[in-house]
Design a protein around this ligand. Sequence first.
Ligand SMILES: [Fe+2]
Length: 242
Amino acid sequence: MWHWFKRKTENTYIPPLLTDIHSHLLPGLDDGVRTTTESIELIKCFQDLGYTRLITSPHVHELYRNTAKSITQQHQKLTDALVQAGITLEVIATAEYNLDDWFISQFNTNETLLPFGGNYLLIETNFFAEPLILNEIIFKIKSRKYNPVLAHPERYLYLQKNMARIEDLQQRGILFQLNSVSLAGAYGPAAERTARELIDRGMVHILGSDCHNKAQFDLLIKARKTRYYEKALALPLLNYSI
Ligand SMILES: [Fe+2]
């Protein structure tokens, strides 16, 4: 893998991103795609763009009380439909855990969780205020041998102007998953600026689409044409090795 980046500095080869990590493509589980038909159409768009694997991540949230069981069941149904539709792209199911009371109750009662890539756990928080217990939850997640991955750090208002806290979170062992569409202005200028800064500082470990619908997929196409997207691809992303 390091070989690629060395070569990039010599202005040669950047590997294509074949694996997307973070999306909402299992029908009917959250605010992502609603029907199997919509799901298949969107997954076909990813395939046409060259992706070979999607690690999709329904919300686990007070509003969407999904469990490992409900997600796995829906994943199996979609997998069957994809086979019928002749789509060869691989879809893997994980989850995006909002660090709210629903997650805490699942975590504290040892409910089965759905990590990806072995032991990576995709987490998010509310967008406005940092949860008071964030450090404590990170510690507990790591104590259970999961690697916490914070989804879209560039989107949180409490991080956008606090690079010191961003660095502190990384020192506590949190990995960062950037939403590619942030580079196309999907969440406004502050998120775009923060996304660029994270890339400049080499603080991005995973790129994801966070795709919920066709409109967001179209923004992904736009983001992939930006200079910063190319710069992000030259980082040692986990997308290449998971
Ligand atoms: Fe998401």
